[in-house]
Design a protein around this ligand. Structure first.
Ligand code: AFP
Length: 336
């Protein structure tokens, strides 16, 4: 089989589908730094990168050493492409503008290392990214408010999963592609294109320890899944929870199912745990591009106009039929 590297694939997209050279440069930049992050992840304790950093991020979460290292690496890499006007990250209170110069076309949001609680136990983690247009027509420095665009405006979005293999999965709005890092050559090689979420779901992912806090529609939906062949669904479902959204989304893209992090009653001021701009939006676009769906239980996530950079949102994403069903349970205000 002829191997297609990420660089050759991006050239083909420019030639055949008019992909902007600047955007190709940015995607290649993310790929390049992800190889370096992957190496740090691989070495773990040997590189002295495990454990706590001793600081908290803007959301009051303890930062791990690798969170901080990968954030620095991402910032350096995206600014080095010369096409990013500002970057926003889970690990920074506010957006950071690129060093002054001419106008640059893109904003980028990222979670440099998703699934931090997995870092020290050698379980899959990942980097999530989302590229938006820079709404400023001049070279002035973008601020947080410039990022507050709905997910449907994304120009590129995806993730890199650091698991048994390192894979980069993304969309530029023409389907979902998967590249696998060949550790021998250091190149990303195309291993799947036009990825589609299987229609029939057999698995679901939700943190069941929060069950007592869920709203009625979620309790009802999960209770029906758990009833298996003896209930209204008439079939058994399996359950998985990796505690890294990257890994859950990757499984769903490969094998199907539904992922949920619903709003719950633990803290009524927080509409869910996941962050809209750099977790839910990119993953929702991937799901839609793969024939799946993504809602907050009520509306399409990609249509939500963000009010804050670190806004949280409830997330239901994956197989179309399942997401539509649980969204319908919310509309009908079903309960147990
Ligand atoms: P971090 O981005 O802080 O690493 O958190 C990961 C995450 O937001 C998401 O990837 C998981 O689905 C979720 O947390 C797991 O949360 P619980 O620990 O509440 O199950």
């Amino acid at each position: 089989m002829q191997e297609l590297t990420l660089e050759s694939w991006l050239e083909g997209e420019q030639r055949n589908y008019g992909l902007a050279a600047d955007l190709a440069l940015l995607v290649a930049g993310v790929a390049k730094v992800s190889r370096d992050i992957s190496r740090q992840v691989e070495c773990g304790a040997l590189a002295g990168v495990l454990g706590l950093h001793g600081t908290e991020n803007v959301q009051g979460e303890e930062q791990k050493e690798l969170d901080v290292i990968s954030n620095e690496m991402m910032l350096k890499a995206v600014f080095e492409t010369g096409v990013v006007a500002a970057a926003a990250s889970e690990e920074m209170d506010h957006a950071l503008a690129s060093p002054a110069g001419e106008r640059k076309p893109y904003l980028i949001c990222f979670d440099p290392l998703d699934g931090s609680s997995n870092i020290d136990i050698n379980v899959s983690i990942g980097t999530i990214f989302s590229v938006l247009p820079n709404p400023r027509e001049d070279a002035s420095a973008p601020e947080d408010a410039d990022f507050l665009q709905p997910g449907q405006r994304q120009l590129a979005a995806g993730y890199v999963i650091y698991g048994p293999q390192t894979q980069m999965v993304f969309t530029l709005g023409r389907g979902v592609v998967m590249f696998t890092l060949d550790p021998r050559s250091g190149s990303y090689i195309l291993t799947a294109s036009n990825v589609q979420v299987p229609e029939a779901a057999k698995e679901f992912a939700i943190n069941c320890s929060n069950m007592r806090h869920w709203e009625g529609p979620v309790k009802r939906y999960i209770a029906e899944l758990l009833e298996g062949t003896t209930g209204v669904r008439g079939k058994d479902f399996n359950m998985r929870w990796i505690a890294a959204m990257v890994a859950e989304v990757h499984r769903i893209l490969c094998r199907g199912g539904i992922f949920m992090y619903p709003r719950d009653a633990r803290d009524p001021s927080r509409p869910g745990k996941l962050r809209l701009m750099y977790e839910a939006n990119p993953m929702s676009w991937l799901m839609e591009q793969a024939g799946g769906r993504a809602t907050n239980g009520h509306e399409r996530i990609l249509g939500i106009k963000p009010e804050k950079l670190h806004q949280r949102v409830a997330v239901f994403l994956g197989a179309k039929e399942e997401v539509e069903r649980v969204t319908d349970y919310h509309a009908k205000n079903f309960t147990l």
